[in-house]
Write a protein that binds this ligand. Structure first.
Ligand code: PRP
Ligand code: MG
Length: 212
C-alpha cells in the first residue's frame, strides 16, 4: 500500500505544533528530525521535514501529497493548492510597517517608497488593489532591520506577538491578511491516498474539537 507523504516545516514557528497534532491524531514517528524523512510506525504515512518556502512547489508537483503549512506561505506561493482544514495554531498577520517616526496617513503614502519584504507577491497584490506603486526589495529574513539600515522606508512581514516590530521601532500601518496553520493538499493526490487523507482529516477534526 502506498503511503501518504505529509510535509511539515523542518524548523521554525510551525514545527512543534505540527508534530504535536500528528501525535495527537495517533501518528507516531520513530526517527528524529535529522532524518528529513520519517515513517509512521502505525499508519501509512511518511513525514518530510522541509523548508516552509519550498512546500508549495512540492505540493504543486505532487512530490508530497499534503502539508501542514501557514496560509500566508500558500497565499504568497501556492496558487492552485487546496486548503482542507484550518488547524487553529500559528496565527499571525502579514502587515506593512513603517518607522514610528514616520508620519503615515494612508496607503497612498507608500507611493514611490522602498518596501523590504519576504512576501513580494502578497504585497504587490495589495499595492495594486490600492493603486499604489512602490519599489520592492526582496529579503529572506530579518526584514525588520531594513529601515534602520537605510535599505527601505517600510517593510512587509508577518507579525505574531508584535515584539520584533517593537524592538525595531516600527509601527504596523496596514494589515494585508491574517493567517494560521492549515492542512493543504496536492492537486495531484491519487484516489488511494485520498482515503488515507480522509482518515487523517477526520481525526484532526476530532482533536481540534477536543481542544476547544
Ligand atoms: C518572524 C517574522 C517576524 C517575526 C514576527 O521572523 O519574519 O520577523 O517572526 O514575530 P513576532 O511578531 O512575534 O515578533 P523569524 O524570527 O521567524 O526570523 P526570520 O525573519 O529571520 O525568518
Ligand atoms: Mg523575521
Amino acid at each position: 500500500m502506498s503511503k501518504l507523504r505529509i510535509a511539515v516545516q523542518k524548523s521554525g514557528r510551525l514545527n512543534e505544533d505540527s508534530m504535536r497534532i500528528l501525535k495527537d491524531i495517533g501518528i507516531s514517528i520513530d526517527n528524529g528530525i535529522d532524518q528529513l524523512k520519517a515513517s509512521a510506525r502505525n499508519f501509512p504515512v511518511e513525514v518530510f521535514y522541509l523548508r516552509n518556502g519550498d512546500i508549495p512547489q512540492y505540493l504543486k508537483d505532487g512530490v508530497v501529497d499534503a502539508a501542514i503549512i501557514g496560509e500566508n506561505v500558500l497565499i504568497e506561493k501556492g496558487a492552485g493548492i487546496n486548503v482542507v482544514e484550518k488547524l487553529g495554531f500559528s496565527t499571525c498577520r502579514v502587515c506593512i510597517a513603517v518607522p514610528k517616526t514616520t508620519n503615515y496617513n494612508s496607503i497612498k503614502d507608500l507611493e514611490g517608497q522602498r518596501i523590504a519584504t519576504s512576501y513580494p507577491n502578497t504585497v504587490e497584490m495589495y499595492l495594486k488593489e490600492n493603486g499604489v506603486n512602490a519599489n520592492l526589495h526582496i529579503i529572506n529574513g530579518s526584514v525588520e532591520i531594513a529601515p534602520n539600515i537605510g535599505l527601505a522606508d517600510a517593510i512587509c512581514d508577518i507579525v505574531s506577538s508584535g515584539s520584533t516590530l517593537f524592538k525595531n521601532n516600527l509601527k504596523e500601518v496596514e494589515t494585508i491578511l491574517t493567517s494560521e496553520a492549515v492542512l493543504a493538499v496536492s492537486p495531484k493526490l491519487t484516489a488511494e491516498k485520498q482515503d488515507i487523507l480522509d482518515t487523517i482529516q477526520f481525526r484532526i477534526k476530532s482533536v481540534l474539537k477536543g481542544r476547544d
